[in-house]
Each structure stands twice: as structure tokens, then as C-alpha cells.
Design a protein around this ligand. Structure first.
Ligand code: FPP
Length: 247
């Protein structure tokens, strides 16, 4: 779905978050970086609740990037284990809170134990109609766009689509986010001012909110502050202010 379907809603329909700063949070306390990820899971729970309470429909969290595979093996293994365990442990609460889990990314690269736990949670929450918690795992936007291009080419070669009519709507249909609206708000914690290969197609018109707060320290109040700032912005989608305000 594209930006033209968005309006100047006060509460963003879709919030995407780059959860950064776990490692630095831990190192500042003399702890192993993995301790930061453990604490980061508590923030995931807190912010999922906050998003639900605020009336957000979609929350996409950047939990593991394609580039993260290049981190030290011990950290990758610990993170994969943590994600699987946390998802299994949280499943009853997700169901209770009517939260549906989905995931995007090159997930076949993940260890089977973590993948099975994630798939179990996705199946058990598939009937939930509240917040859609969407985890980006083994994800990068360039991977996603190249994957879409490859599948469009395959379908064109098979005669299923006419190459001369491939347009933005076609590309969107082949993205992993084809069934959900584009993010209205992109939050990045941890102080860096970049988008790190996250949802590059989909954030074309997203409002950006960067905060120095490390992810483990990010509170419900911090999340609500991001939503408040979002509500005060005028989104123009390339139009003039007068057009948007209808005057
Ligand atoms: C970035 O911090 C964070 C990650 C690479 C992993 C985030 C994952 C979690 C919080 C666990 C998610 C779990 C579930 C169940 C969704 P960093 O390590 O890059 O921090 P740094 O920039 O301070 O080094």
C-alpha cells in the first residue's frame, strides 16, 4: 500500500522502529553486549503494550538485519536464542492482548529452533485482530527490493505479467509488506541519524523521529512523546500546505 492512502491522522497507523543502543547500554554498565539485548526484550514488551494502548495498528521492529549476520558468532547465536525464547514465552500474553505476530525478511537463514518458535507464535496469534506486531528478521531493504525484482522478472519470463506495465503498484505487490500500509512514523533510538537499510521503499513519506535514548531505556513516555511530535507535524505528501488543509 502506498503513501497516498495515508492521511493526516493524529495517531500513526503504522510505526516502524530501529531499536538501537543495546550494546552501548550494556557496555556502559560493564556488562556483556548480550545483556543489552536481554534488557531490550523488556522494551519490546513495553512498547508493544504502549502501541496497542495508543491505537497503533501496525508496529514493525527491526530485530535483526542482514548485516547483523556479520557480528561475532557468539553475539549472533545469543541473539537468535533470545529471540526464539522470548517469542515463545510472550505468546500467551500476545494472545491475551489480541496481538498478531508476523515477520518479514530472509528468515530461512535463521536457526531452525528460533524459526520454529516464531512460526509457532505466528500460527497461535493468527486469529488476533488488534495490533499487528511485525518483526523484521534477517531483513534489509536492498535484499527485499532485489528479491522483488527477481520474482517480477521470473513472473514476466513465465508470461504471468507484462513487463511493459510494471509500475510502483506492481513493485509494492512483490514487497514483503504488500498487505500493510507504509509506516507513518519511523523511530530510531540510540542517537544515530541514519535509516540503516530499513524499509527504504516504504518510508518514502514517513515522519522521522530520532532519539539519543538507548533502546533498553526507551519508556512508554518516550514512545508517547514520539507520537505527540508526530501528531504536531503536517504531512504534505508532495502537495502544498493549502492543498493538504483544503483551503
Ligand atoms: C541494536 O543494538 C539491536 C539489535 C541488533 C537487536 C535488537 C533485538 C532485540 C532488542 C531483541 C528483539 C527480541 C524480540 C523478541 C523481538 P546494537 O547491538 O546495535 O547496539 P549498539 O549500537 O549500542 O552497539
Amino acid at each position: 500500500m502506498n503513501a497516498s492512502e495515508n492521511t493526516n491522522r493524529k495517531v500513526p497507523r503504522h510505526v516502524a522502529i530501529i531499536m538501537d543502543g543495546n550494546g552501548r547500554w550494556a557496555q556502559a554498565r560493564g556488562l556483556d553486549r548480550s545483556e543489552g539485548h536481554v534488557e531490550g526484550v523488556n522494551t519490546v514488551r513495553r512498547i508493544t503494550e504502549a502501541a496497542s494502548e495508543a491505537g497503533v495498528d501496525f508496529l514493525t521492529l527491526y530485530a535483526f538485519s542482514t548485516e547483523n549476520w556479520n557480528r561475532p558468532k557468539e553475539e549472533v547465536d545469543a541473539l537468535m536464542h533470545l529471540i526464539g525464547i522470548a517469542i515463545e514465552r510472550e505468546t500467551p500474553d500476545l494472545i491475551k492482548n489480541n496481538v498478531r505476530l508476523t515477520m518479514i525478511g530472509d528468515v530461512e537463514r535463521m536457526p531452525i529452533e528460533a524459526l520454529e518458535r516464531l512460526r509457532g507464535c505466528i500460527a497461535k496469534t493468527s486469529h488476533c485482530t488488534g495490533l499487528n506486531l511485525n518483526l523484521a528478521l534477517s531483513y534489509s531493504a536492498r535484499w527485499e527490493i532485489a528479491d522483488a525484482a527477481r520474482r517480477i522478472a521470473i513472473d514476466a519470463a513465465a508470461g504471468k505479467i507484462d513487463p511493459s506495465v510494471v509500475d510502483e503498484a506492481t513493485v509494492e505487490k512483490y514487497l514483503s509488506t504488500s498487505s500493510i500500509p507504509d509506516p507513518d512514523l519511523l523511530i530510531r533510538t540510540g542517537g544515530d541519524m541514519r535509516v540503516s537499510n530499513f524499509l527504504l521503499w516504504q518510508i518514502a513519506y514517513a515522519e522521522l523521529y530520532m532519539t539519543p535514548v538507548f533502546w533498553p531505556d526507551f519508556t512508554k513516555a518516550d514512545f508517547m512523546e514520539a507520537l505527540t511530535q508526530f501528531g504536531n507535524r503536517e504531512r504534505r505528501f508532495g502537495l502544498t500546505g493549502e492543498q493538504v488543509r483544503g483551503s
